[in-house]
Write a protein that binds this ligand. Structure first.
Ligand code: NAP
Length: 395
């Protein structure tokens, strides 16, 4: 009998073609053409690095096959094929043994990365993939405000989108997708994802609207499209996406939030949710937020107005004149004791969002902090991760 393979496949009906998996794959086993994003069975080694970053879950599909589907076959698919009939092997001991071997392999791969991310236990159930790029929700621009100073070198905007009568349920920590209209010369634009920066009950409470935090990138097709929108413009929106980077509903939860620049978007949503739904909650909110200067820190004014009872703020600047460069991880080291006190509490959640580059620095700071406070960061992280209390979203 031919040998069996558990083949890793991407569901073309759910995939939003954001190419995050392709960018994440360390061995270039994922590729795409104009139609589909596919996994090359000859290269995939089940490392699982691509699973967590996928915003839709389309990446997590498997078929037991006697002969793997080629990438050319996968490029043609409109939908995933059914599990093939494996005949005798289907019910045979060999199949079972192989399945077990493969699941052990997958388990091993997960344990190396700390396990598949899971949502906080008390998080609300998210709605996912209600709208696609081919069947988008249409939102109307309600406002577009500059968040950074007029003379600051970065243009970061607070964009408010109203869904009118369209149902678009979205939780803090989830993202939406936008495809900018094509200009005829450059072909189709890929989808871009933005975290909502408003809480679940709307940017304005009980209004059917959301807010986004968008930084204008010099050659960014989508960021320029969004940053140039004016009141009344219509935008095609897909999503909601993301089922794990969610806020715990439990008001006893402590939440440590670490971000740079526009990575602050979900934390504005978390903070506003706590302020509206449980303002006197026993759980502590602690924010470490890095930007170059106050003029470039999104929401600097409003953040400063929030009471320290609601949010312990650490606004950290890397390019202040006549001041040494400070990154979020430096400030965390300075507050190692307070952080470790929270880490010893099973109700503490940690979220990291923003520049990929800060991840290692934050890891190192946490490792050192734990070392000096009778904790082992790798154990703490593993425990938090497996109980849905540790989340990273960096780009
Ligand atoms: P940025 O302005 O480029 O940087 C913010 C701060 O991070 C600066 O002070 C920068 O310092 C500092 N920084 C640079 N390297 C660092 C490191 N290794 N460790 C710690 N801090 C470091 O940030 P941005 O352009 O807004 O980028 C934010 C990221 O968040 C982007 O990758 C974006 O994709 C992502 N994001 C955005 C959203 C959204 O909804 N818009 C949501 C989630 C994530 P120096 O420049 O002085 O070195």
């Amino acid at each position: 009998m031919d040998s069996l393979l558990k083949q890793h496949l991407i569901d073309p009906e759910i995939c939003i073609r954001c190419y995050t998996c392709e960018e994440t794959c360390p061995i270039d086993a994922i590729t795409h053409n104009d139609d589909n994003v596919v996994v090359d069975a000859d290269k995939c080694n089940y490392c699982m690095d691509c699973i967590a970053p996928c915003p839709t879950g389309s990446i997590d599909n498997w078929r037991l096959v006697t002969k793997s589907y080629s990438i050319e076959q996968q490029f043609e698919w409109q939908e995933l094929p059914d599990q093939e009939d494996l005949g005798d092997a289907d019910s045979g001991a060999l199949n079972e043994a192989l399945d077990k071997e493969i699941s052990d392999l997958l388990e091993h791969a997960h344990s190396g990365t700390g396990g598949k991310p899971i949502a906080p236990e008390s998080a609300a159930q998210p709605s996912i993939n209600l709208y696609s790029t081919s069947k988008p929700a249409i939102a109307t621009v309600q406002g577009n405000y500059r968040l950074t100073d007029e003379d600051a070198p970065t243009d970061v905007r607070h964009l408010i989108l109203n869904f009118g009568e369209t149902v678009f349920p979205i939780l803090e920590g989830q993202s939406i997708g936008v495809v900018p209209p094509t200009n005829n010369t450059s072909g189709a634009n890929p989808i871009r994802l933005y975290s909502v920066s408003s809480p679940r009950d709307g940017e304005k409470q009980n209004a059917n609207n959301i807010a986004l935090t968008v930084k204008r990138e010099e050659h960014g097709a989508c960021s320029n499209y969004l940053c140039n929108l004016t009141k009344g413009d219509l935008v095609e929106v897909s999503g909601p996406f993301g089922g794990t980077f969610l806020m715990p509903n439990d008001p006893n939860s402590n939440i440590i939030m670490i971000c740079t620049g526009t990575g602050s978007a979900p934390f504005r949503a978390f903070t506003e949710r706590r302020r509206r739904a449980a303002p006197g909650a026993p759980g502590k909110l602690m924010l470490f937020f890095g930007a170059r200067t106050p003029a470039e820190l999104p929401y600097f004014g409003p953040l400063n107005k929030l009471s320290s009872d609601l949010l312990e703020k650490h606004l950290v600047f890397s390019r202040l004149e006549n001041e040494p460069k400070e990154y979020v991880q430096d400030r965390m080291t300075a507050h190692a004791e307070a952080i470790c006190t929270l880490l010893k509490n099973e109700k503490t959640h940690m979220y990291i969002c923003g520049l990929k580059g800060m991840e290692q620095g934050v890891e190192d700071a946490l490792e050192e902090a734990c070392f000096h406070h009778s904790l082992t960061w790798s154990d703490v992280k593993q425990n938090m991760r497996s109980s849905g209390r540790y989340h990273v979203e960096t780009y």
